[in-house]
Design a protein around this ligand. Structure first.
Ligand code: NAD
Length: 361
């Protein structure tokens, strides 16, 4: 296959970790006989320095013309960097919001997987972590409470704030379809999370999810209230495969799920639109405190590249090869500083990329 991939190295450790992901993708291309063409664009602080804005229209056009986008991370030290003295619409993060909107990325996928080799970093009790877990949160990203009408008014001398939570059936249907499609590539179970005992938007959510489920008879659907889900994530995370939920619940639950893995440098993510197009990036930030030191963990970005192959290009075999190479490197005892433990060999960012690329078969 011929793949055109736009890369956003970004700021801080971004350029270092994206370079390692490209290294691994190039090895995949060589082993499996694909052509991959990478085009870099500027975003965030790097774009502010070069162009005066966090994302140019030309950069957006380049991203749109590609088959998928692979990103490092953007932003600097929010206390000391001059980027944060600019008005909010010119700061690095405005670039990220702009590209998500321009590319219509409404589905956010965040896997949370516990590697047995890293289970020591899991904050849960051993009797829970020893069972392992492998889940993916599918969060609706462009609707709900964060995008509804809001206002603050004064009534009879009392301040009152109003936020509105709206979803229409089409918004729910398109994210539900994504959730079931992803479950078909995994263990075929969807847990739809809502608050249907209280909220009308959740009752509509449940109704539409049940309609969509009829199209996927191989997938088991269960419903769970969000408060129960927050408990179950720490009590029995092994029960989950795909958690499908709306924007605010997903915001909170995806952070909870990622923290129970204990290893931020390992967590990938994807944001998809209604075609196969997606933007893939690690869940962590640009780590300006360790930028340029060759000590960042590139695995989250490498696993994001694996998600790109799986979800944008349907290259499950190639994605499996990357996931297996990452597992093998951990089994062979190599660690970057952030996941280091006794008896392992500490390696830098570049060496970690080399070790993973060498294991692609
Ligand atoms: P951060 O995730 O960058 O760093 C938190 C801590 O984790 C730091 O100690 C850092 O060194 C460490 N860390 C993060 N990734 C690592 C990796 N791959 N390997 C080893 N250690 C790693 O969070 P922060 O410090 O709150 O934010 C820094 C900047 O990143 C801010 O400007 C923030 O706005 C931005 N940010 C960007 C994104 C994004 O681009 N999507 C997401 C989150 C934060």
């Amino acid at each position: 296959m011929d793949l055109r991939i736009t890369c956003i190295p970004g700021d801080g450790i971004g350029p270092e970790i994206v370079a390692e992901a490209k290294k691994v993708l190039n090895k995949v291309a060589e082993v499996y006989g694909h052509q991959m063409q990478f085009t870099d664009i500027l975003m965030g602080g790097a774009s502010i320095d070069a162009c005066g804005v966090p994302l140019t229209d030309e950069a957006i056009a380049t991203a749109k013309a590609a088959d998928a986008v692979l990103m490092g991370s953007i932003g600097g030290n929010t206390t000391t960097s001059p980027w944060y003295k600019l008005p909010p619409n010119l700061r690095p993060e405005a670039g990220l919001l702009k590209i998500r909107k321009a590319l219509n990325l409404f589905a956010n996928l965040r896997p949370a997987y516990l590697y047995q080799e890293l289970s020591g970093a899991c904050p849960l009790k051993e009797e829970i972590s020893s069972k392992g877990f492998d889940m993916l949160i599918m969060r609706e990203l462009t609707g709900g409470l964060y995008f509804g009408e809001r206002k603050t008014v004064e009534e009879n001398g009392v301040l009152k704030a109003i936020d509105t939570l709206t979803y229409d059936e089409n918004e729910i249907r398109r994210i539900a379809i994504k959730g079931f499609e992803v479950a078909m590539k995994r263990r075929k179970k969807v847990t739809s999370v809502d608050k249907a005992n209280v909220l009308d938007s959740s009752r509509l959510w449940r109704k539409v999810v049940e309609e969509v489920a009829k199209e996927y008879p191989e997938v088991t659907l269960e419903h769970m209230l969000v408060d129960n889900c927050a408990m179950q994530l720490v009590k029995d995370p092994a029960q989950f495969d795909v958690i499908l939920t709306e924007n605010m619940f997903g915001d909170i639950l995806s952070d909870e799920a990622s923290m129970v893995t204990g290893s931020i440098g390992m967590l990938s993510s994807a944001s998809l639109n209604d075609t196969k197009f997606g933007l893939y990036e690690p869940s962590h930030g640009s780590a300006p405190d360790i930028a340029g030191m060759d000590i960042a963990n590139p695995i989250a970005t490498i696993l994001s590249a694996s998600m790109m192959l799986r979800y944008s290009f349907d290259m499950d075999k190639e994605a499996d090869a990357i996931d297996a190479a990452v597992r093998q490197v951990l089994q062979d005892g190599f660690r970057t500083g952030d996941i280091m433990s006794e008896g392992c060999e500490k390696v830098g960012c570049k060496r970690m990329g080399d070790l993973i690329a060498e294991r692609i078969q």
